[in-house]
Design a protein around this ligand. Structure first.
Ligand SMILES: N[C@@H](CCC(=O)N[C@@H](CS)C(=O)NCC(=O)O)C(=O)O
Length: 309
């Protein structure tokens, strides 16, 4: 297998989720630091326009979104599993809570807390991305107390879960630990009163140290130009089987042209390509770019809209 390359930046919380999974599996990987704000000129040729962070590259296969990345890591490197004790399936649903309602609350908290201290260029980009085109900093500031109420209640569920377990699933770490941990990491690092707020969750604090100790595996820096050259020199993996077209609600199948766009954030451009694989969980699009040649870009289905073009 070609090297695992993660395109990310150190303060990215969603990347921290994937870095924990790389640690849990004890992997060697290459680290390409991408800009925190668009344009991302050395990432776009790989993804075809997908701008969110992180992105994983293995040769000429590009995996967008942490859900897709973690699924692919589990498929390629099944041991140690992300699902100790047979927790497959529903464990992904934890991500629709943590990456959905809970992530939105944490972003609201960070924005409401930082207010005018947020750099203008960051606010101008992330505001409409996370809060939509009608984004209003004053209205977000007024939500601080209610956001803390909601977070205290829901982080309380994590704390309760950890009362008599080392990790979310039991004695061994798994996917739900990574899915929860990155938000705690985000609150601790970016909410000005994060450490004080988290102090009330005693079981969570002990667990946080255990997950931190898992660390990130063994990263080694790589320049973006090298990652692009690796993609150009590689051939995408042979396509995995698709579901029967009769089961696919969009009616699309391998060979059709499709556009894929995330539905959890606003204003992201669609990525267009020819479908090489389409299942209930994943869609892969073949596309070409002068700088990287032929690549296949993979996305999850949950949280993404696929339309024929
Ligand atoms: N659903 C995506 C969400 C990724 C996401 O929102 N990442 C943040 C950074 S932590 C982001 O992309 N922000 C905009 C950017 O980096 O340009 C995933 O799970 O990977």
């Amino acid at each position: 297998m070609s090297e695992i390359i993660l395109h990310h930046y150190p303060p990215s919380p969603v990347s921290e989720k994937v870095r924990v999974v790389l640690g849990l599996k004890g992997l060697d990987w290459r680290s390409v630091t991408i800009p925190r704000l668009p344009p991302k000129p050395d990432l776009m040729p790989l993804t075809g326009g997908y701008r969110l962070t992180p992105v994983m590259q293995i040769g000429a296969d590009i995996y967008c979104d942490s859900q897709c990345i973690n699924r692919e890591l589990e498929r390629r490197i099944p041991e140690p599993t992300l699902f100790p004790g047979g927790a497959e399936g529903m464990a992904w649903g934890v991500g629709r809570w943590t990456d959905g309602a809970l992530f939105d609350l944490v972003v609201t908290l960070v924005f409401a807390d930082a207010g005018d201290d947020l750099p203008e260029d960051f606010k101008a980009d992330r505001g409409p991305l996370y809060f939509g085109p009608g984004f209003d900093m004053k209205a977000i500031g007024e939500k601080l107390t209610e956001t803390l109420v909601q977070l205290r209640s829901q982080i309380g569920w994590m704390d309760e879960r950890l009362a008599d377990r080392d990790f979310m699933l039991g004695a061994a770490p798994g996917l739900p630990d990574a899915l929860c941990y990155y938000l705690i990491w985000f609150i601790r690092g970016r909410y000005s009163k994060g450490p004080e707020f988290l102090e009330q969750f005693k079981h969570l604090l002990a667990w946080e140290k255990r997950v931190e100790a898992i660390s990130h595996g063994t990263p080694k820096d790589m320049e973006a130009a090298e990652a692009l050259a690796i993609a150009k020199a590689a051939t995408p993996d042979a396509a995995s089987p698709s579901d029967p077209t009769s089961l696919e609600p969009t009616g699309l199948g391998p060979g059709d042209m499709a556009a894929v766009v995330p539905t959890d954030v606003s204003g992201c451009p669609a990525v267009t390509g020819r479908i090489t694989q389409i299942t209930s969980q994943t869609i892969a699009l073949a596309r070409s770019d002068d700088r990287v040649g032929d690549v296949v870009v993979h996305f999850p289905r949950a949280g993404y809209r696929v339309t024929g073009v």
